[in-house]
Design a binder for this molecule. Structure first.
Ligand code: AP5
Length: 220
């Protein structure tokens, strides 16, 4: 089975590097990138009903209700390119109920080769990474103040016209709440997927290139 025939879940706490490695996997292997966080932020920026509903939860560091998020994922997975290219799920599932809904959709659509990669990173490293994260308001490219020497208002080096901003949920008090939410509601997925023989655990504390090598090794 080639990487393109796989459907991959990137699991891990806030700041583990899911979005960072997703960008590279999509570029290197052509997988469809399905980031529920990016979809919700775009809906919020566009002022849609979904965005308005999601904003309060995101700003509080809580999860958006399952029924809203499951609907988004179900619709996107049903599009034709997912079967041809394989899907990279970034930030979904995040609850056992989402994992159960995903299993049903995968069975209905006959998507094969599900693999779950869990990025394990210490809280200390996560907090440092999130405080330094800057993102592009146009193409969602991810940067870091410490590593890339960029800051809010700089031009994006990955696209035309994008400017860097700091996510509102990267404030220290919201980060603490997101971590608490992660341990309570999302970490149980590690056991869920381990029991099903689908999970590979990767030490994500190293630099991004070293972690990406481990991710690739787990896919092939
Ligand atoms: P979402 O956008 O999914 O955020 P998250 O899961 O909290 O994860 P992050 O995006 O913060 O981190 P990441 O792991 O992608 O790290 P990144 O690569 O950016 O969700 C946001 C909100 O939306 C949620 O709180 C919730 O409200 C809602 N939501 C989304 N999905 C939902 C769902 N399924 N159900 C319900 N609600 C949902 O890296 C972070 C920083 O570290 C960057 O600056 C990066 O450059 C740097 N970095 C990454 N890797 C390394 C490395 N190895 N070494 C050094 N620096 C690194």
């Amino acid at each position: 089975m080639t990487v393109a025939e796989r459907n991959v879940i990137l699991l891990g706490p806030p700041g583990a590097g899911k979005g960072t490695h997703a960008e590279r996997l999509v570029e290197d292997y052509g997988l469809v990138h399905l980031s529920t966080g990016n979809i919700l932020r775009e809906a919020e920026a566009a002022g849609t009903e979904l965005g308005k509903q999601a904003k309060a939860y995101m700003d509080a560091g809580e999860l958006v209700p399952d029924e809203l998020v499951i609907g988004i994922v179900r619709d996107r997975l049903a599009e034709a390119d997912t079967k041809q290219r394989g899907v990279l799920l970034d930030g979904f599932p995040r609850t056992i109920a989402q994992a159960q809904a995903l299993a049903e959709v995968i069975a209905q659509l006959e998507l094969t080769g599900l693999l779950v990669i869990n990025l394990s990173v210490s809280d200390e490293v996560l907090i440092r990474r999130l405080s330094g994260r800057r993102m592009c308001d146009n193409c969602d490219a991810i940067f870091n103040l410490d590593r890339d020497g960029v800051d809010v208002g700089d031009d994006c080096s990955e696209c035309e016209g994008g400017k860097l901003y700091q996510r509102s949920d990267d404030k220290p008090e919201t980060v603490a709440e997101r971590l608490r939410t992660y341990y309570e509601q999302t970490a149980p997925l590690i056991g869920h997927y381990t029991e099903r023989g689908l999970l590979t655990d990767i030490d994500g504390n190293a630099d991004a290139d070293a972690v990406y090598e481990r991710v690739i090794a787990s896919l092939t």
